[in-house]
Structure formats: C-alpha cells, structure tokens
Design a protein around this ligand. Sequence first.
Ligand SMILES: [Zn+2]
Length: 236
Amino acid sequence: MSRVICQTCFRPQKACICHLVQVVENSASVRIIQHCKEVTQAKGTAKLAELCLSRCEIEVINPETQFWQLATNQVVLFPADNAIDVEKWWQQVQVAERNSPTVDGDKRNKVAVFHEPSIVLLDGTWRQANQLLRACRNLQNVQFIRLCPTIIDEKASNLRDLSSISPASKKNSQVHTTEPATGYARLRKAKRTDSLSTIQAIAACLISSKIDKNAGLELIKIFERFVDFQLRFRPQ
Ligand SMILES: [Zn+2]
C-alpha cells in the first residue's frame, strides 16, 4: 500500500507539518540551496521555513550533476575563514543603503549587494554543504556571513532559552562558529549536535542582526512545536 503524501509539505499524511505553519513576514529574503539527499529527511526544517516565511525559496541541487549561481544581492551563511558576523554585515547594508545613489548606473551595481539583501543557506550535513559550495559557479566574490556565538548568547537569549540549550553540549560546540547545541540535538543526535537546524539558523540570523527580530522569534516558536511534534514519532 502506498503512503499518502501531503502535497504541501511533501511528508506522509500522518507526519504532515502543515498544522505547524504560520506565516511570518520577513524583509530580507531567504534562499535555501538544499542538497538532494536532504529532501527526504524527516527531521529537516527547510520546508517548514519555506512554508512559514513570506520570502523564502528552496532550490534542490545534486552537486554531482548540477550547478547553481549566486545573485549579486546574495550573501552566504557559512563559517568560511573570511566570513564576517551577520550583525556587521547588516550594519554595512544599512550604511550602504543610506549612501546609495538614487539613479541607476555603475555606482548602483557596485552596491547591488546592499539592495534587497538576500541570505543564502546551504541545507545538508557539513560535508554536503561543502559539496554545494563547490557546485556554485560564481563563488569568487561572494560575501560569507556567520553567526557569532557571543552575539547569540548576549542578544538572543530568547533563542537560547526557547531551544533548551544544554550546558554540557554547549561546551563541545567549538567545531563550527555558528552554533551552540540546541533543542535540535534532541532530534538529530550524532554529528550535528553542534549545529542549528536550517530554520534555527535563519531565526538566529534574523534575530542576532536585528534584520527581522520578531520574525526570527516567531520561527523559534514554530521550531519548538516542530521538535515536539517530531518526538512523537520516536520509538520509546
Ligand atoms: Zn502537509
């Protein structure tokens, strides 16, 4: 007997997450480049983010056979060596917006990244994220941004509190710059206990940079409900 699949969230009917969806307005758009192997991950949160955010799109890529391209207004959330803190990037955006020319022309192109800023996230394991990066055709001039753990600690206490962070796992979260371990660890054990889920990473970006703080906080609440829902399917 074939399983009935929800045509909105593409999950089996009994695990459908559509009831968790709540539309959240975000001003900075979000583009998720999703590794093809991540599509069927029941614990993945990219689809939930796409359904909730007013400006979010997912692009599924098989990095072995496909390429993708960045637009000039897009920055990539990834802890590359030259990544700058998301908060610093957002400050630059605001300064540039204030100083930007009002007419089209060469000058405008130079600050294109500051017009309608868009954040790109890579959805997959760290290994898959690296593969996705290699499949990007125009990575040369890209601006990488990262979440600064201290920013999250100091300024987004809601993020920390709502995600039921465990102090023990936080101590071990030195591998990547982005994230203390969170409620997501309850779902995905193994290697990614130091990672944020996609929806949390988006939320952290919006909160810590104050781009769309309220939208970020709403996303965290939705995420918490998602974790509770998912845990119901875990064998006792
Ligand atoms: Zn559904």
